[in-house]
Design a protein around this ligand. Structure first.
Ligand code: NAP
Length: 293
């Protein structure tokens, strides 16, 4: 039930994630207004006490905090550009997935219309929103974040990363990169096992144990990456490049496409060619970076 002491919040976009965000604000007692391009997405939220705005202008002007969660930045501009003047003196919290460049440009655009801008990266799926395991990365206006921190806390743990509006998107996309690498590894492993008709469900506990064990090595590799000293470690890159050939050969033998494995093989081989074979695989990051510092 809405609590008069809680500040009102507007959620623009009632897709799977927007509905979860609006639901978490309602659970926390915020008077919540929702808007969505197509009708028919807000029934349950309305039943729980949310107001559904008939227009974008009504939605934006209903609350000092306007949380946007649309498919992409093109959609955000399509929705907000025509009503930009109504954003003055409001805080725009954009939780739409995008790049650091898009976030920085949006911060400039929002400032040009008198709005405070906070960009965010949601590190959760909708079912996790409002639960302790959800965390959301924020960056942009410090003052706006501090003022809205308690409100945003309804969604999950709020982690503020600084005044650069692009920083949250950078962390978000880096974390998603790690996630997709892990998904790719899991899918390939499951395909190999399936080629011998072993159920994925039987094999998966081993994958989880193995990956958890390997992740304990990340802090050591992070130190090597930061220091540039890749001499530690007892599984050298050259040895790994040699063993990696077996991953591809066995995949082909088992009738499994090696397409997810090939990019890593090409990087390992590049490492060997570059003379990094006797050091740790953490040195591969030096080949990935194309910037100059
Ligand atoms: P979704 O269920 O597909 O919903 C997309 C939303 O964007 C809908 O409200 C849709 O409106 C709206 N939209 C798309 N194009 C539009 C346009 N041109 N103009 C106006 N509205 C438009 O996606 P979602 O899961 O809610 O994701 C929303 C954002 O959260 C994305 O940026 C996504 O990357 C991010 N995110 C999602 C998850 C997740 O697990 N779902 C996790 C983290 C971050 P209609 O209903 O009218 O189509």
């Amino acid at each position: 039930m809405a609590d008069d002491t809680r500040p009102p919040v507007t959620v623009m976009g009632l897709g799977a994630m927007g509905r979860a965000l609006a639901g978490a604000f309602l659970d926390d007692g915020h008077p919540t207004t929702g808007w969505n391009r197509s009708a028919g997405k807000a029934g349950e939220l309305q039943a729980r006490g949310a107001t559904v705005a008939p227009t974008v202008t009504v939605a934006v002007t209903a609350s000092p905090t306007v949380v946007v969660c649309l498919l992409d930045y093109d959609a955000v501009h399509e929705v907000l550009d025509p009503v930009a003047d109504t954003l003055a003196d409001r805080t725009l919290v954009n939780l739409t997935n995008g790049t650091p460049r898009q976030a920085r440009e949006m911060a400039v655009w929002a400032a040009g219309h008198g709005a405070d801008y906070v960009d965010g990266g949601i590190m959760a799926v909708p079912a996790m929103i409002g639960r302790p395991e959800a965390f959301i990365l924020y960056s942009g206006s410090h003052q706006a974040f501090e003022t809205r921190e308690q409100t945003l806390g309804a969604l999950g743990a709020a982690r503020y990363l600084g005044t650069d509006a692009g920083r949250a998107a950078l962390y978000d996309l880096a974390l998603l990169s790690a996630m997709y690498g892990m998904f790719g590894g899991f899918f390939h492993a499951a395909a190999m096992i399936a080629s011998e008709r072993v159920p994925a469900a039987d094999f998966t506990p081993l994958v989880v144990s193995w990956l958890n064990a390997m992740m304990t090595d990340f802090p050591r590799m992070a130190e090597a990456i930061d220091s540039g000293d890749h001499s530690a470690g007892d599984s050298n890159l050259g040895m790994q490049a040699a063993a990696y050939v077996n991953l591809l050969d066995a995949s082909r033998d088992q009738g499994v496409s090696p397409e997810l494995l090939e990019p890593m093989q090409s990087l390992l081989n590049r490492g060997v060619t570059a003379g990094l074979g006797s050091g740790d695989t953490s040195s591969l990051i030096t080949l990935l970076r194309t910037d100059s510092d």
